[in-house]
Design a protein. Structure first.
Length: 236
């Protein structure tokens, strides 16, 4: 960062002369330093997957889940800061339940995303707060078809066919551009997601290091350790 940016880096709500909110750039740096996450949309569902780093061999592997359910047909995953993600998961569930109590039907993902992104945007324009240090991949099923969205710390959100966030996101996107096809089956997409997470990594990656969620017409589910092992057994 330039000296000019440095002078504005301690105020979230003040623009630098070049028109940047420098704290948002720092938030994106926190995302880029986080574990990689991948989302792939297929004709009959969406796959989201992420890599988990175990800090120690004594760590209880399945105590924290990075792939989380919002309601029966919406799930999400993140790259960046875990505690910030936990707050957003809680708020997303609250938004979904409030909608259900008001309209007596589950919230469509096209309604959840603007509300969740607006919450993230409020943390870029308020005094005494900092932006969320996470980017989200949110998958859902609505009106007979799957959707995959990304939301960033700025409050921007957009839909993807397939994308990668977190560490080596550019490499992940490049890998997906070569592999992605419109007519992918869900099982193939799980394999592609795992291969994307493996791409460019030194060393072996096992089922313990990966979490996967699948959203299809019947709803959202997080795959068990055994199911991920079965998928990985079919990958050369």
């Amino acid at each position: 960062l330039t000296m000019e940016s440095e002078r504005y880096s301690f105020s979230l709500t003040t623009f630098s002369p070049s028109g940047k909110l420098v704290q948002l750039e720092y938030a994106l740096a926190a995302v880029s330093a986080g574990a990689p996450s991948v989302g792939i949309m297929t004709k009959n569902g969406v796959v989201i997957a992420t890599k988990i780093k175990h800090k120690s061999s004594l760590y209880e592997e399945h105590s924290v889940h990075r792939v989380q359910m919002v309601n029966d047909h919406i799930g999400m995953v993140y790259s960046g800061m875990g505690p910030d993600y936990r707050v957003l998961v809680k708020q997303a569930r609250k938004i979904a339940q409030t909608y259900y109590l008001t309209y007596k039907e589950p919230i469509p993902i096209s309604q959840l995303m603007p509300r969740l992104a607006t919450l993230m945007q409020e943390y870029t324009q308020s005094g005494g707060v900092r932006p969320f240090g996470v980017s989200l991949l949110v998958c859902g099923w609505e009106k007979g078809r799957p959707y995959l969205y990304q939301a960033d710390p700025s409050g921007a959100f957009f839909a993807w066919k397939a994308t990668s966030i977190g560490k080596n996101a550019a490499g992940g996107k490049f890998f997906l551009e070569k592999r992605y096809k419109e007519d992918l089956e869900l099982d193939d997409a799980v394999h592609t997601a795992i291969l994307t997470l493996k791409d460019g990594l030194v060393g072996k990656i096992t089922a313990e290091h990966i979490q996967v969620g699948i959203c299809k017409e019947s709803g959202f589910q997080r795959l068990s350790f055994e199911e991920i092992q079965d998928y990985m057994a079919n990958i050369p």
